[in-house]
Design a protein around this ligand. Structure first.
Ligand SMILES: [Zn+2]
Length: 186
């Protein structure tokens, strides 16, 4: 049994809603058939605080850290963000096209943002993710698969796999076996 549920209007509960302006319309709103796992931390390697959320909302103060000035014009988002303590934040409804994958290709099909849901884990490529994150990710994934059954286990992937050479997340620290084997009714 999953404790998470996707509502009729494509928002997850329980999750904290933090609506981002960084999204647009999917070319086919009925094609939601890929799940992409990512990581992010801002500044890189530092956890907690509001910087990632600020970034996805377009509110990051570029003077707060030297790295923030480098990404000042970058407009990105994800559907979900799972913090180190397992808190789940949603920025874009699942029927919206979030901007998480960039130039990407899955099984010969490009522009994965068109047909995927993006989940960002707060973390880095090399530091182990927390038990709370695996627990939340399992529950969230089960709820998503139930609502969007075209997301089969072989259509759950990492950013590094759909943008090889360009992206490295979620990295070697992410335990794919643990994650996939934890899933029930998927
Ligand atoms: Zn990524």
């Amino acid at each position: 049994m999953s404790s998470f549920l996707v509502s009729h209007d494509h928002w997850l509960s329980p999750a904290r809603r933090s609506p981002s302006p960084h999204f647009n319309t999917r070319p086919d709103v009925n094609d939601i058939s890929l799940l992409v796992i990512h990581n992010i931390s801002l500044p890189p390697g530092q956890f907690g605080g509001s910087y990632v959320e600020d970034f996805f909302l377009g509110n990051l103060t570029s003077t707060a850290h030297p790295f923030f000035d480098e990404i000042r014009d970058v407009q990105v988002s994800s559907h979900l963000f799972i913090r180190r303590d397992g808190e789940v934040v949603q920025f874009v409804p699942f029927n919206g096209r979030a901007w998480h994958a960039g130039q990407s290709c899955f099984c010969g099909r490009e522009n994965c943002n068109d047909f995927s849901i993006g989940i960002e884990l707060e973390g880095t490529d090399t530091l182990a993710y927390t038990n709370e994150q695996y627990r939340a990710l399992k529950g969230v994934t089960e709820a998503l698969v139930k609502r969007y059954p075209a997301i089969t286990p072989d259509r759950i992937t990492g950013h590094e796999h759909i943008a090889p050479g360009r992206k490295t997340d979620p990295g070697s620290a992410f335990d794919w076996t643990r994650y996939i084997q934890s899933l029930n009714n998927v």
